[in-house]
Design a protein around this ligand. Structure first.
Ligand code: TXA
Ligand code: MG
Length: 341
């Protein structure tokens, strides 16, 4: 990256980044969930650079980020009432809606040839300012190399994409830490394709019944969001989720260390002092799962630095924001879970 600009000069940074975007370059920027890698959603050439920089398969469509409601009308058509309600209540915010695509604005590369388009209005002043200043709808996936944990700081972006993109707008660590919830609004009853920052409970409270894509409940089903089939979020060392007591988890660690392995443990503040291992990393407070969501990817990346051979992770409750945490953790673990007898 040759234009890594100082975060204390926020506004010059945004206008510089906007200029690069208008010139067809790709630039990373913060959102309230994770850092995104943005490009002009109307330009095939610009969007191709995103896929190139990330090493992302071209059949995996991108989310279009907008800053006002007029932009929505330029991108999508036939917006159903439920979507309208959610727009009023939850935008800007970590909710992506899959809607019917309006032809001839967003390029084919963004939607991977689908008739639908995923749209969101991020709740981050820098993201909104960048979209407005560039005057463009921005196609933006998470700004990581494909397969790696999503970036929650500019340093993560730099570690993955240095030399491959035109710049990063740095505004410190992101707040939510897991990606937006992807909700398919083209079905009669909206369907969650990816759990994220907005919980199923919150959606149901606003619009009543909400379905969950079968692939989220059974790993053998084919997911409806193309991106959900790929390995993702994985640290270098193999990760195993442990469902059981900390005593059981410690026993697994001891067995591997006796074999000469360097072992990491992913835990929470409450239990951090109970483990003996080569790297014991806390990802937040179990009593407040939003802190776990915020620090999860940073914790996963920290194991790469600790150079452990394997990682055991604690399990989290599968409701509220815990659903998104467990979804990411299971993918990072390649669905390896060990249960205490
Ligand atoms: O929080 C977020 O959503 C972040 C920030 C940067 O906004 N972005 C993000 O984008 O996570 P990405 O590309 O990493 O994930 C987009 C997900 C993928 O699983 C993709 O398959 C799905 O959304 N998706 C995009 N367009 C779709 C469509 N038309 N139909 C179904 N799924 C779609
Ligand atoms: Mg991603």
């Amino acid at each position: 990256v040759d234009k890594f600009v100082d975060k204390h000069e926020l506004y010059p940074q945004i206008s510089q980044a906007a200029e690069l975007l208008r010139a067809g370059e790709v630039v990373a920027f913060p959102t309230e969930t994770v850092y995104g890698l943005g490009a002009n959603a109307a330009s095939s050439a610009a969007v191709k650079k995103i896929f190139q920089a990330k090493g992302r398969p071209s059949d995996n469509p991108l989310i279009v980020h907008i800053a006002d409601y007029d932009q929505l009308g330029q991108i999508a058509v036939d917006i159903p009432d439920v979507a309208q309600t959610l727009i009023e209540r939850l935008w800007p915010g970590p909710l992506t809606m899959v809607l019917k695509k309006r032809k001839n604005v967003v390029c084919e590369e963004v939607t991977a040839g689908l008739a639908s388009v995923a749209v969101r209005m991020p709740a981050h002043p820098v993201a909104l300012a960048l979209i407005r200043e560039s005057g463009l709808p921005l196609a933006a996936p998470s700004a990581n190399r494909s397969g790696k944990p999503s970036p929650t700081s500019a340093m993560h972006v730099l570690a993955d994409l240095n030399g491959k993109i035109a710049g990063i707008v740095d505004d410190g660590p992101t707040g939510i830490g897991v990606e937006s919830t992807v909700l398919d609004c083209t079905t009669d009853i909206p369907t969650i394709l990816r759990p994220g920052g907005v919980t199923k409970e919150e959606l149901e409270h606003l619009i009543g019944r909400v379905h969950v894509d079968a692939a989220l409940l059974n790993e053998k089903e084919k997911p409806k969001a193309p991106g959900m089939k790929y390995t993702h979020y994985a640290p270098r060392a193999p990760l195993t989720i442990v469902e059981g007591t900390s005593g059981f988890l410690q026993q697994l660690v001891d067995e591997q260390r006796a074999l000469g392995k360097k072992v990491g443990v992913l835990t929470t503040e409450e239990r951090q002092l109970t483990y003996r291992a080569d790297a014991v990393i806390s990802c937040g407070k179990r009593s407040d799962l939003y802190t776990v969501a915020r620090h999860l990817y940073d914790a996963l990346r920290a194991f790469d630095e600790a150079e452990v051979d394997m990682i055991y992770s604690e399990c989290f409750p599968n409701h509220g924001i815990g659903t998104a945490i467990m979804n990411r953790l299971k993918k990072a673990a390649g669905y390896r879970v060990l249960y205490e007898k």
